[in-house]
Design a protein around this ligand. Sequence first.
Ligand SMILES: C[S@@+](CC[C@H](N)C(=O)[O-])C[C@H]1O[C@@H](n2cnc3c(N)ncnc32)[C@H](O)[C@@H]1O
Length: 123
Amino acid sequence: MLFDAATKTRPGETIVEIGSHHGRSTIVLAAAKAPGVHLLAVDPYDEARWGGGRDAIDTFQGNLRATGVQNDLTLARKYGAEAGREWTGRPVGLLFVDGPTITRRWCLTCPRGCPISRPTPRS
Ligand SMILES: C[S@@+](CC[C@H](N)C(=O)[O-])C[C@H]1O[C@@H](n2cnc3c(N)ncnc32)[C@H](O)[C@@H]1O
């Protein structure tokens, strides 16, 4: 489902992922997107409570390198709300929220019809 949603984005659009953690979904998004589609991974990597502590960024970067997608995305080490406030308004083709927050601004920057994917809740 995530892969399919990413293949529908268009050059010039950005896929925004809130909560990258070890990069599992980041790698899926990077592999699925067409050339010219930007991928912005947002995760502060400073909050062990969510499994995203400082060690997690080393695993994230190692996983990206192992799959060869390390140059296909930009990492913003910040909270989703902060990244949303700073967003310049480039079109967002897909917003994947896998962190605990979603900001109103992210919703507002999505063009009409932009799919917003949320993960299935974990038990
Ligand atoms: C469930 S994990 C993400 C899993 C990842 N998407 C995957 O498929 O493997 C949640 C991540 O959200 C990050 N996080 C927590 N609060 C956040 C926030 N406000 N904005 C962005 N990321 C956040 C944590 O650091 C953690 O790495």
